[in-house]
Design a protein around this ligand. Structure first.
Ligand SMILES: [Fe+2]
Length: 523
């Protein structure tokens, strides 16, 4: 059974799942170039149909996830338009799609699934117990009772002058430099399966307290620094979430939803539970896959065989995909000057991992473009920028070249067999390690060796790789290790500030031409 899954809120996406396995999945933002693109994922559907050589109506089933509450009326109308296009489509509630993705991909036949975000349809979260391919919801966090907690980071991000729903990671990065002054203490409390807050959204005390903080902050009359506000926010978020998780988890735990994008909290959750899995596309972009997977759970209730953890996230377009989304652009009309359209005389340069490693060890910044594009918020080796982690100053220079303003260092990609040597309490095979969904403490002796990838609190957010998942990527890191004794590199997404990760080769070549990277490697 081939199912098309769609999501039309912010982070719109489309995915095709066949017999429980993802064939292709695309975020609309990668195709339009607009970060967090919302609405009908028309281009994603178009490219999917091109890749699968089918029409938009050649699917056995279409499943559409309901949009985020804060997406506004537009995205609700977009969802309705899609339902008119596919009158027999199933509408999958937002948190059911989050839960289906977390459960099926966790690889845990029996587990607890928790979902929590800023608000989806009528709910902000859910508590589910799953076994044998069946998800039993035991509690829903209602919008009128539990809204504030899922929106805490949103409010604080806005209050500190960043763009909410986009720059929450910057606030988390700032938190490590500040002091927890208990600014949000007593505003949230766990009540069984629910997270209560002091008042409803409109008259929420959190809101009022934030507003007064911002007023003080902008007058510069407050002893509070931006870092202290961020640290207080992270501390309150962490305390409450950990208590909620602890009180509601039986056995292994799988999670999804925007609240679980907080890698510092995820690190602490991992120590609380028997085993822990974060859905790699935990934000709403994962809902197209989640909606499609929920169709399989409906059709195969009682079948635990559907539960299987994917080893990679390379579900996107292959490198050969051509940028043909500029329909209507007159600049594409150009008369050819020759007819030499046959095979080139010289074969394309084939890169050896050793030569890439040599460039890296000399301080060059490498753009790596290969294979199918990654799905989810992280670049995982196919649309990636690589650099030497030994030089801390690269955080400044590379951020400048990419026009980024970050408060966290870059993240490392680490060879699996050396991860226990670098990371504290790391065991080989950890579920979250390949997808950058959790942090680890870096061992003391490694902090000075790889300063560019260690945060001020001594943590790093690694991607741990094994050779079978991405051989060329692995071999580059291995060759760098053979040359320098350092089994890791900086891995940052191949994009500039406020842009989504690149999709097409033309974009990679543009990055080379404009000096964003020194060398472009086509794997
Ligand atoms: Fe969500």
């Amino acid at each position: 059974m081939r199912v098309l899954g769609l999501y039309c809120g912010h982070d719109a996406s489309a995915a095709v799942v066949e017999d429980g396995k993802v064939l292709i999945a695309l975020e609309e933002e990668r195709l339009t170039g607009t970060k967090k693109q919302g609405g009908i994922p028309a281009r994603a559907i178009m490219y999917i149909c091109q890749a699968l050589r089918c029409s938009p109506w050649d699917f056995d089933e279409v499943c559409v996830a309901t949009p985020n509450l804060h997406s506004g009326r537009t995205h609700a109308e977009d969802t309705n338009s899609v339902l008119r296009m596919y009158p027999n489509a199933r509408l999958v509630p937002h948190h059911e799609a989050h839960a289906a993705l977390a459960y099926v991909w966790s690889g845990f036949p029996e587990c607890t699934v928790l979902t929590l975000d800023g608000g989806g349809a009528d709910y902000f979260g859910s508590v589910n117990y799953c076994s044998g391919g069946h998800i039993e919801r035991v509690a829903s966090l209602r919008k009128d009772e539990d809204e504030a907690f899922g929106m805490l980071y949103y409010y604080v991000t806005e209050a500190l002058g960043f763009t909410p729903n986009r720059h929450e990671g910057k606030v988390m990065g700032l938190a490590a430099s500040g002091r927890d002054l208990g600014l949000f203490d007593g505003l949230f409390w766990v009540d069984g399966e629910h997270i209560r807050s002091a008042g409803k959204r409109e008259e929420n005390i959190v809101f009022r307290r934030l507003n007064s903080m911002v007023a003080q902050y902008t007058r510069m009359s407050s002893p509070l620094s931006r870092d202290d506000i961020a640290a207080s926010c992270q501390a309150a978020f962490e305390r409450t979430l950990l208590q909620w998780v602890k009180g509601n988890t039986v056995g292994k735990l799988a999670v999804s939803g925007g609240c679980f994008a907080n890698v510092l909290t995820n690190m602490k959750i991992a120590n609380l539970v028997e085993d822990f899995y974060v859905a790699p596309p935990m934000m709403d972009d994962g809902l197209s896959i989640g909606a499609a997977l929920s169709a399989f759970l409906w059709c195969h209730v009682g079948s635990a065989s559907l539960v299987a953890r994917p080893r990679h996230m390379y579900f996107g377009l292959p490198p050969s995909a051509f940028l043909w989304c500029h329909v209507g652009s007159a600049s594409l009309v150009a008369r050819p000057k020759h007819m030499y359209f046959g095979l080139p005389q010289e074969p394309r340069h084939i890169w050896k991992p050793e030569s890439v490693a040599k460039y890296l060890s000399r301080g060059y910044v490498i753009g790596l473009f290969q294979g199918a594009m990654e799905f989810g918020p992280r670049a995982l080796g196919n649309r990636t920028i690589l650099a030497d982690p030994r030089d801390k100053s690269i955080n400044k220079t590379l951020n400048e070249r990419l026009s980024r303003t970050e408060f966290m260092p870059f993240a490392p990609v680490i060879l699996e067999e050396y991860a226990p040597e670098i990371l504290e309490d790391y065991e080989v095979g950890k579920a979250n390690a390949p997808f950058m969904t959790s942090c680890w403490k870096v061992k003391e002796e490694w902090v000075s060796k790889i300063p560019a990838v260690v945060h001020v609190d001594g943590t790093a957010r690694p991607q741990v790789i094994s050779r079978d998942v991405n051989p060329f990527y692995y071999d580059i890191v291995k060759a760098f290790y053979d040359m320098t004794g350092i089994p890791c590199l900086i891995n940052t997404s191949f994009n500039t500030h406020e842009e989504p990760i690149i999709c097409f080769e033309q974009e990679a070549q543009w990055a080379l031409k404009t000096g964003r990277v020194d060398v472009l490697v086509r794997g």
